[in-house]
Structure formats: C-alpha cells, structure tokens
Design a protein around this ligand. Structure first.
Ligand SMILES: [Zn+2]
Length: 696
C-alpha cells in the first residue's frame, strides 16, 4: 500500500531519520555490548566484559563521560582494573568519536608492549573498532594504528621526538607516577624548541579540542611519598571516594521503617540501586580506622550523604582480622608477680577464613559475601566539591575488588601481615594494595639512614672511583657568597638485570672557590698544567675516561652571576631554581626561558625532589615496589654526612635545621637532572634490546 502524502512531509520525515542522533550509550553500556577481554590480557576473567561484576566502575565511567569533564585522575591500587578503565574509554573513542587518541606509557618499551600484548587483542575482539581499522604494513604498527578518519598513537614518556606534530582528542597517561619528565637540553635535543613534561606535552596536543577532549591519568602512587604526582593530581581534583551502605545498618532501618532522605534527582556517579530510602550506614571502605594511619575526615555531607552547611566527621570501619590474634600470658614488666596478656601473632588459617569488614557505624562484622550487595549500591561522593568542574579525580583500592577479580579482605589482611615489620614491604603494601602514598610525618634523615645506603651499595668504592662502567657523569652546584658546593654523580644501567634499571653513584663532592674552578672540576676546562680532569673506569685491562656531560647550578642566591656564567662561560651548566608546585604548574620540572630567552631555567618542585632524595633514595631505597639504586662511597666525610642530615620534614615541607644543607641541595638537583639522564639511557636500552633481537 502506498501512502500518498505530500512530498514535503516525506522529505521532512526522511531528514528526521538521517539527522536523528544515535541514542547515546553510556561508556559502560557500550562496553558491555562490544568489549571482550582477551585471554592474553593480564587481567582475570577473559571473555565478554560485564561491568556489573565490579559495578562501581559504572559510576566512574558516568562521572568521566559528563560533557564538562576533561581531566580524569584515577589514583588506585593494583588489581582494580585501572588500565582496563582507560582501555575501555579508548575503544569507545575509536568507535564513536571523530578525533584521534594518544596513549602515553612510562617508556618506549612499555608503550610498545602495551600496544602489542594488551591493546591489539582488545581491538581484535571489539567489532565496531575492528571494522574501522586499516591494517597494513605502514598503517598498523606497535606505535601507530590507523583507523578510518583517526589515528591511535603509543608514546613512551621522555621520547621527545614523538611528542610533537599531532593532535588528539583523547589522551591517556598510563602509570602516571612512573612517567619520566621529557627534559631535553637544547644542545642535546634534535629540535630543542620547548621543554616541559611529557604529560604536559601530551595534554598540549589536545588543545584543538577544548570542549570535547578527555585526558585520563591513572596510576598507583609510587614515588616521593605524599608528593607523588598521581596523589597530588588526585588532591587537586574532586576527590571522589566510593561509598557503600552497611547491610546490618540497612536491615535494621528497613525493619523499623526508618526512611532516610534522598536527593530529588539521582546524582551522577550513584547507582540506581542506591536510590533506596532504607539504605544506611554509608561509608567508604578503608584498610584501617587507626587514626595514626587513616584519620577520619571532616566532610561537607552527613551520614546520609546529603550536603550540609559546614562539615561533619566521617565514620570509618576497617578490615577486621582481630579474631585471628594469638595471645599469650607474659610476666608484667612493671610487677613480676603479675602477668599480662600480649599479642604474639596471628593464626593464618583464621585470617584466611574469618577476616571480615567491621562497619564504621554499627561496629558489626560484614562478611565478604555481602560485598557484592554493597557494591551494587555504590555512591561516588566528592570530598572536594569545590574543585574545578572539569577535573574529576577518584580513589579506588583493592578492598573494593571482588575476590574473583583479585580483591578479598582476607588476602589484603595476609599481605599486610607479611609486610608488617619490614618498612620496604610496608611501602609496597601501602602503594600497591591500598593505592595510597606512604606518608611519615615529621620524619628526619639521620646518619643511620646514610649507613643503610652504604649497606645497600653493592660494591665498596671510595671517593674518586666509579663503582661500575658508567654511561655518563653529571655535576650539580650550589652557589654561596664566595664559594660553591658541588656533587658529581656517575650514571649507568644494570645491564645484567632483566628490566635494566638505572644506577647512580656519588663520585666526587666538595667546595670550589670560584666558578672557574667549578669548570675545571667538571672537566670542562683544563687545569693549570693544561690537563682536563677526568674520572676513569677500568674493565678488561682497558681504561675508559669520563667527564661531566651535563650540570645544574642553583641560581637562587646570585641569579645574575649564575645566568652569565651559564650563558658565556660554560657549555654544560644550566641554571636551576627550586620552587613550589604553583610556580611549576604542578610539574616536577617547568623549564622557563630567561636571560633574553637565551637560557633555560630549570624551575623545579623542591619538595617533590626532597622527598625523592630523602625517602626514596636514602631512607627506604625504593619507590613504589621498585628498588632505587642510589649509591655512596664508603668514605663519605663528616661534611657530607652533616649536610645530608640537615633537613627534616615539617608538615608538608622540607626545611633546614642549620642552613647547612648545600650538599643535600646538590644531591637534590641531581634528581631532576636524572630525568635528562634517563631519556638518554632509554635510547641506549632500546639499542641494546634491538641488538639482542637481531642477534637472535
Ligand atoms: Zn553497620
């Protein structure tokens, strides 16, 4: 049957059909429809994705999908699926959006690995993305994948040359805390136009899309304690935590008919199931409510999560394995005629089978099996609702993960008991299982800490010697009124170790009476007898000579003199200045043009580097779960010891006791310089890896 309607009517209808927007699926609805987890991906549960298995991520996706949100920081422990979160948004982007995407990984090698062994298999299993893929020898590589109308790039942090000349609408910064800053000295770089962090440059590449771009950072806190980049990024955002109701409190409310207030409109980040007036006992899950570790916060909402004027103290529960404690009678130290009860350990079997979560409101034990019910009723709540509207940050840790996805309160309790008493393991536990920075307030560095560095240094060597074959030497100097302090470090790679980590060894330190003497000490100018100062290393009866190839000099005290020195009288020194995060725009390093744009000033976030020096390098010898190979010669003198133990942490800043911390400042300056060193070592590593594969 033909319907004779006026032509204009038909046209209108046709037009409506064509321009009617496709129903906009939520990220997670789209993912549940189209994404499968490849068996070769590292996560558990391969096969068709079901975001309902860990529903709190649905709330995170909804928060991230809001049009006004452009920055998403996910600070999380391992085993919660933070990388999967990024992969899903990326797949959605490739299928549904017009703009290109870029993926930044900590190094070139890790970027290629993620591309090949994680992303490729995901794309193969994702029909709407695969359909758009243009697979060919030049269009589909491990760093470059072409789709109809857009490109997906993979870049390693610090790979300067790859950070230019493209635009992207979606940028993903994977394992943010492990990403190096791309700092390339003008003389050493190939294009040398601008210097800033890799993350900043990647964000810069999204500037063409101010209204639609998304920048996603994910990481566990790994370095510099509370000055960890991802933790700081989390603090600057909305600080969303995931709240879940207590099944005991809620059962009681329901039985007594006690209905709680609900918002008229369901807030973004809340689950449908959470819109139930009989749900009470709202809390975020924490490992412990011991105020020494996890103090309760004062928050701008009440226990029903309704906004209030002012603030209210939250109630925290804890993972409870106290039933597994083993107690024994012991003689009282105060009175030998009496006995006291002391905790002697934990019954592992009971930890495995009887660990529960203790509600922060009613104090009752919540069984692991109830977690599913709780997770389905998630409500993401912002602790910092006054953060910029375009910046969502969220925290998530293993306590929320269902046991089949790598969580399990009993496993977390066991991991804690294994770590207890071993500071290194405790740092790993805090960073990797809790997703939190390891913070010790009010701590200081003492000589015992330096002794521990000596004990960690694998070979004994003395001042002036280099303990292993190095790749390069660097020098840093702190200018005083009439003299300078300096530190020279050697840098190399532990080639025999599979992940080829970087080592750094103190080679020389002391004072120079003039800037001129400094250039002689650096081996840049000949001494009185016409000889250049070098450091040597002998291997297989061959002696290799090394001079410093890069240096920083603190311009804080005598800026004009230092600038002139850097510009006219030296090739290797750049000026340095320590500052706060506001000045560096929350970068670890923010290079600034000075001296008529003829010099690059390294403006560095001092507290970040102080924390890395004093905690990661000296006190603990590790960052996240990675060892830090930072070595000292056996004969460090009193001057060095005193100056390296002069600073202590006061609140959230490092301060000097006697203002005699110049060698400490020099060591601190070696760390931003290490980012430059690292970009070169990365190239060397890649060369070696390629040679190895060619040999095979
Ligand atoms: Zn309760």
């Amino acid at each position: 049957m033909i319907n004779y309607r006026p032509a204009s009517d038909l046209l209108k209808r046709l037009l409506r059909e064509i321009i009617r927007p496709r129903p906009l699926l939520k990220y997670w609805e789209w993912a549940d429809k189209h994404v499968s987890i490849p068996p070769e991906a590292s996560g558990p549960m391969p096969g068709r994705l079901n975001t309902g298995r860990f529903p709190v991520f649905r709330g995170l996706f909804d928060l991230a999908q809001q049009g006004h949100v452009h920055f998403i920081s996910l600070c999380a422990s391992i085993r919660v699926g933070k990388t999967l979160f990024s992969i899903i948004v990326m797949l959605y982007w490739l299928a549904e959006k017009a703009g290109s995407a870029v993926w930044l990984d900590p190094s070139g090698a890790s970027a290629k690995k993620v591309s090949k062994s994680e992303i490729d298999p995901f794309i193969q299993l994702c029909e709407p993305v695969k359909r758009l893929a243009i697979i060919g020898r030049t269009t589909w590589t491990s760093t470059w994948k072409t789709f109809k109308g857009k490109i997906l790039r993979f870049i390693g942090a610090g790979e300067e040359a790859n950070l230019h000349g493209f635009n992207a609408e979606l940028a993903i910064i994977n394992e943010f805390d492990s990403c190096k800053q791309a700092v390339v000295k003008k003389k050493a770089s190939e294009d040398g136009k601008e210097d800033s962090s890799s993350a900043d440059k990647i964000i810069g590449r999204t500037q063409l899309f101010p209204f639609t771009r998304k920048i996603i950072e994910n990481s566990s806190p790994r370095q510099a304690g509370e000055f960890s980049p991802i933790w700081q990024s989390f603090l600057r955002g909305s600080q969303h935590y995931c709240y879940v109701p207590c099944p005991h409190c809620s059962a009681e409310a329901k039985a007594s008919g006690n209905a709680r207030p609900l918002p008229e409109k369901m807030p973004v980040g809340w689950s449908k199931e959470s819109m139930d007036p009989h749900l009470v006992g709202w809390q975020r899950l924490v490992f412990t409510n011991d105020p020494a570790y996890q103090p309760a916060k004062h928050l701008p909402f009440d226990h029903d999560l309704m906004p209030i004027e002012g603030t209210m103290e939250e109630r925290l529960g804890r993972i409870d394995f106290s039933c597994a404690e083993i107690w024994a009678e012991a003689i009282s130290p105060q009175d030998a005629t009496k006995t006291i009860r002391v905790k002697t350990g934990y019954d592992e079997d009971k930890v495995e089978h009887q660990t529960t979560y203790q509600c922060g409101h009613c104090g009752k034990q919540i069984e692991q099996q109830s977690l599913r019910w709780m997770l389905n009723r998630y409500r993401w709540q912002a602790h910092n609702p006054s953060a910029p509207k375009d910046r969502i940050s969220a925290h998530l840790w293993r306590g929320y993960a269902p046991p089949e996805l790598g969580g399990g309160w009993n496993h977390i309790a066991k991991a804690f008991l294994e770590a207890k008493g071993d500071i290194g393991k405790l740092i790993t536990f805090t960073n990797m299982s809790l997703g939190l920075p390891f913070i010790r307030a009010g701590a200081a560095i003492n000589e015992g800490d330096l002794d521990r560095v000596l004990a960690r240094t694998p070979m004994r060597y003395v001042k002036g010697q280099i303990p292993r074959m190095p790749e390069m030497l660097t020098i840093t100097a702190d200018k005083q009124k009439d003299h300078l302090y300096y530190v020279i470090r050697a840098w190399g790679v532990i080639w025999e170790s599979p992940d080829m980590p970087t080592w750094s060894a103190l080679v020389d330190w002391g004072t120079a009476m003039s800037m001129d003497e400094l250039t002689v000490l650096a081996g840049e100018k000949p001494d009185g007898s016409g000889k250049y100062r070098t450091f040597t290393y002998t291997e297989n009866e061959k002696t290799y000579e090394f001079r410093c190839i890069a240096g920083l000099i603190d311009s804080g005290n005598d800026q004009d003199v230092v600038f002139e020195f850097c510009h006219k009288r030296t090739r290797i020194f750049d000026p340095y200045r320590g500052s706060g995060p506001v000045q560096t725009n929350w970068n670890r390093i923010r290079p600034r043009d000075v001296y008529d744009d003829q010099l690059k000033l390294w403006l560095c976030w001092s507290s970040h580097y102080a924390e890395r020096l004093y905690y990661d390098c000296i006190k603990y010898g590790q960052a996240g779960d990675d060892p830090v190979y930072w070595w000292l010669p056996v004969n460090i003198d009193d001057d060095y010891k005193q100056q390296l133990t002069d600073e202590y942490k006061d609140g959230d800043e490092w301060v000097s006791r006697r203002k005699m911390n110049h060698l400490g400042d020099c060591e601190k300056m070696q760390l931003p310089l290490s980012e430059l060193v690292e970009s070169r070592l990365t190239l060397l590593r890649e060369k070696r890896r390629n040679e190895k594969t060619e040999q095979k």
